[in-house]
Design a protein around this ligand. Structure first.
Ligand code: UD1
Ligand code: MG
Length: 465
């Protein structure tokens, strides 16, 4: 399939979403809708991929939002005048190209690469010049109806809005996905007009054109018709999101991962999980997250774009984004690891600890109630409850560097920029503003005063008043 040219149609308005955001940028499991067909195309190894977007700022926004997909071409459709017009915009840039073209819609996220592969096999085996991906539904709704000849080959597609009551009874519908010989496509599109109920240039008219010109056509009925469902409204979006989430969870259940109460768990399409990973209820794993073997994620944890290594325990309700956690570490419950956090092997980050741009060495600990930002914490160092790196003076950020085997007593503030050497011991309740040398003990709190017998005296005085 590598040699195919793929055209994805994504220039439609999507008015039924009632949104300022272009439809194909709405998110399904935290990835833009359009990324779904694009991933399927990459899985098939299709090199030449064109995405037709609108000529205005919506088109710019779509192109920018999908910049992670490299080597795409972005032809522009100046006005949304119909699906045929959209394909025409792509064809203008395909002079001299021959072979088959795969046409898909940008708002149909569930279509899998495996189905597309079978669709392509059918196209080749039937020696068709135009094959339509079709589905048989109980109710064809607003989909175009496939009109077959006596031999069961397609001779036309009739849009629901143009169909007679008899044609509306046809159960086989058009998914909007086609494989077509590019020369046939060029000739057919040159002849399409907009004499129809919607006043649009219909891509579906190429079927009748093919038949009139003796080009062989075929259909391929999809097994699971849910794959061809498109998104037109927010209700559609959440319905399909549920189907996609269930599909992904089932995949992981079949690949050595336990997902408890899977109907409550959301795992994005780019997430990678190792063997014997265990995921509890209400967990969300999104973006480019990777989790290594034997790690577990507790209930309600939220993880996005993180690399979690092996045997890591993420306890309930922790929130991690853009962080790396190395082998055998423990995180949470209720921990928050933000951008640029690196937790070394065997380290421990406990409840109500927030980290940002912080690097914890092997075996380092911050077990309770701490803010560690713009910091390096050496190996085996222990930050007591209430340790705070004061990294911000209201204008700029500064760094705190803590050596190996340092012990920071509870409720201490480390006012950056500041550096603590190896084996330093900071007394509880200290405010450290200057660098501390290796192996020093530092305290900054005032010495404790004790006034003998004054406790009761103070109480009596208060009562007299
Ligand atoms: C189309 C098909 C219909 C099929 C259905 C499947 C036509 C005429 N009809 O109808 O037979 O059952 O898809 O979902 O093709 N687009 C553009 N530019 C435009 C118009 C549309 O890029 O000017 C894009 C849209 O962004 C969308 C796709 O083409 O991704 C389909 O357009 P849409 O308006 O949803 O077509 P349907 O009316 O659903
Ligand atoms: Mg549609």
């Amino acid at each position: 399939m590598q040699k195919l040219t793929a055209i994805v149609l994504a220039a439609g308005r999507g008015t039924r979403m009632k949104s300022a955001l272009p439809k194909v940028l709405h998110r399904l499991l935290d990835e833009p809708l359009l990324s779904y067909p694009l991933r399927a195309l990459s899985e098939l190894g299709i090199k030449k991929q064109l995405v037709v977007v609108s000529g205005d700022q919506d088109g710019d926004q779509v192109e920018k939002s999908l910049s992670a997909f490299s080597a795409l071409e972005w032809p522009r459709q100046t006005q949304a005048r119909g699906t045929a017009d959209a394909v025409m915009a792509a064809l203008k840039t395909l002079d001299g190209i021959s072979g088959s073209v795969l046409i898909l819609c940008g708002d149909v996220p569930l279509l899998s690469s495996a189905t597309l592969q079978r669709f392509y096999q059918k196209h080749q085996q039937s020696q068709s010049q135009l094959t339509i991906l079709t589905a048989v539904l109980d109710d064809g709704g607003s989909y175009g109806r496939i009109i077959l000849d006596a031999e069961g080959l397609p001779e036309a597609i009739v849009e629901a809005k143009d169909a007679s009551s008899e044609q509306l009874l046809v159960a086989r519908i058009n998914s909007g996905t086609y494989l077509v010989d590019i020369d046939l496509l060029r000739r057919a599109l040159a002849e399409t007009d907009c004499n129809n109920a919607q006043g649009e240039y219909y891509l579906t008219d190429i079927v009748a054109f093919a038949r009139q010109n003796g080009a062989p056509t075929a259909i391929f009925d999809i097994l699971d018709h849910r794959e061809i469902l498109g998104i037109n409204s927010r209700e559609d979006l959440v319905d399909l999101e549920k189907i996609m989430a269930a599909r992904i969870n089932r995949y992981w259940l079949n690949h050595g991962v336990t997902v408890h109460f899977p109907e409550t768990v959301r795992i994005g399409p780019c997430v990678k999980l190792g063997l014997d990973v265990e995921i509890d209820s209400g967990v969300s794993l999104m973006g480019q997250t990777e989790i290594g073997v034997n790690s577990c994620v507790g209930a309600g944890a939220n993880i996005k774009n993180c690399k979690i290594d092996n045997q890591v325990e993420i306890k309930p309700y922790s929130v991690l984004e853009d962080a790396v956690v190395e082998d055998n570490s423990q995180i949470g419950p209720f921990a928050r690891l933000r951008l640029g956090t690196l937790i070394g092997a065997g380290a421990k980050i406990g409840n109500f600890v927030e980290t940002k741009k912080a690097k914890f060495g092997k075996g380092a600990k911050a077990s309770h109630l701490a803010y560690i930002g713009d910091a390096e914490v050496g190996e085996e160092s222990n930050l007591g409850a209430g340790t705070i790196t004061c990294n911000y003076d209201g204008f700029n950020k500064f760094k705190t560097i803590i050596g190996n085997r340092v012990f920071v007593g509870s409720d201490s503030q480390l006012v950056a920029p500041v550096k603590l050497g190896d084996d330093v011991l900071v007394g509880a309740g200290s405010t450290v503003t200057r660098n501390v040398s290796d192996n020093a003990l530092v305290t900054t709190r005032t010495r404790q005063k004790e006034l003998a017998g004054r406790g009761m005296a103070w109480r009596r005085k208060s009562e007299e008043q």
